[in-house]
Structures are given as C-alpha cells and as structure tokens.
Design a protein around this ligand. Structure first.
Ligand SMILES: Cc1cc2nc3c(=O)[nH]c(=O)nc-3n(C[C@H](O)[C@H](O)[C@H](O)COP(=O)(O)O)c2cc1C
Length: 191
C-alpha cells in the first residue's frame, strides 16, 4: 500500500513536470489584452497583399483590403506614361481616389496596420483617402510598404506631417524580410 502511494505520488509529479515543460503556443499581438488588430492594405499588383497576409498571420489580426472604387489596370500603373492614371493622380497630391467602401468599421480595433506600395517615393493618394475617411483617433497606426527599392522614410515623414494627431508607430519596408524581422519590428513598437 505504501509503495502504491509512492508510485502514485511519483507519477503525479512527473505528469506535472511534463505539462509545465511542454512548449506553450506563443501569444499573438491580438491575443494580448485589448489589442485587437486590423491589417489594412492597398495592393495594385499583389505584393503588398502578401506582406499584409504575413503580418495578419503573425499578429493574429484580421485583414482588410483597401479597394479603390475603380481598380487600377496595367495601363493605369505605367509610371513612365505622364498621362497614365497613377501618374496624373500622384502628381496632384490633393487628389483623393474614391474607395469602394467609403467607411470601414474599425470600432473594435485598437491597432491598425496600413500597408501600400511605394509610388513615386511615397504612398499612393488612396491611402490619404482611407485615412481621411475613417476615424483613427486613439488607435495605434502602423504603416508598412513594399517597393522596387525606395525607402518608407519619405512616406512616413509625409504621413506624420499631414496627420499629426494620429498616433503613428514606426513603419516597416517589407522587401526581402524574414518573419524574425517582422517580430523584431512589432517588439520595437511595443506590440
Ligand atoms: C505607378 C508606380 C510607381 C512606382 N514608383 C516606385 C518608386 O518610386 N520607388 C520604388 O522603389 N518602387 C516604385 N514602384 C514599384 C512598387 O512600389 C512595387 O512594385 C510594389 O511592391 C508593388 O506593390 P503591389 O504589388 O502591392 O501593388 C512603383 C510602381 C508603380 C506601379
């Protein structure tokens, strides 16, 4: 009887050790407290969309496609053609291309990522339309970008200058980066 009690005690201790040592699923940003994450993106040719999907996967956030009312065709995106839609829109910084959904319900989210391609060394003006159409006050806004090589700095500077009341987190250029780079960036932003 004594031996049986000892065996049961030993098994209980071993089971406890196995449970406490087994790896726990890493908390995502969205799991923690009231950090509800929405990953918004505008992508004309799919690259930024893939970047957004990676962020959503790592953060546990929801995805939202910032869709223009009228999609950009290949001809619209010809940056060498001074008459192309993108050229004309981007050379008038007050122009605001219309969105498919004029407003996005973001009430339940406290962290909003906004991703976009680099166009003429900055963000496409549809990002201005999106920011101006939605109430982003009190939320943490995190920009990210994909590009052919240009940096995100100029875009971030313009966003800070144009929308100073928004709580901007540090942005990330997502060209050729690893999941660890994404995680380091989130950590740097306290996310
Ligand atoms: C109209 C237009 C202008 C662009 N201007 C730049 C630029 O100034 N610098 C740069 O590095 N890449 C530039 N690019 C390349 C895009 O930023 C890059 O291909 C981006 O990853 C595309 O993202 P998307 O597939 O999500 O639209 C430009 C692309 C287009 C279509």
């Amino acid at each position: 009887m004594k031996y049986l009690t000892l065996i049961i005690m030993a098994l209980t201790i071993m089971a406890g050790l196995v449970i406490s040592c087994s790896p726990k699923k890493q908390d995502t940003v969205a799991d923690r407290e009231d950090n509800k994450v929405l990953v918004c993106y505008f992508s004309a040719t799919g690259t930024t969309e893939k970047a957004a999907e990676r962020i959503a996967e790592i953060t546990g956030g929801a995805l939202h496609n910032i869709e223009p009312a009228e999609l950009y065709t290949d001809a619209n995106l010809d940056w060498r053609d001074t008459l192309s839609r993108s050229y004309v829109e981007m050379h008038n910084r007050t122009f605001r291309p219309a969105l498919k959904d004029s407003v996005t319900d973001m009430s339940q989210y406290s962290v909003i990522f906004i991703g976009y391609p680099n166009w003429w060394n900055t963000h496409p003006t549809i990002i201005n339309t999106f920011i101006e159409a939605n109430n982003l006050q009190g939320k943490t806004i995190v920009p990210f970008m994909t590009s052919g090589g240009s940096s995100i700095i100029n875009s971030e500077n313009k966003l800070h200058e144009d929308y100073p009341s928004i709580k901007w987190a540090k942005g990330l250029l997502m060209n050729n980066i690893s999941d660890d780079d994404i995680k380091d960036w989130l950590k740097e932003n306290g996310l």
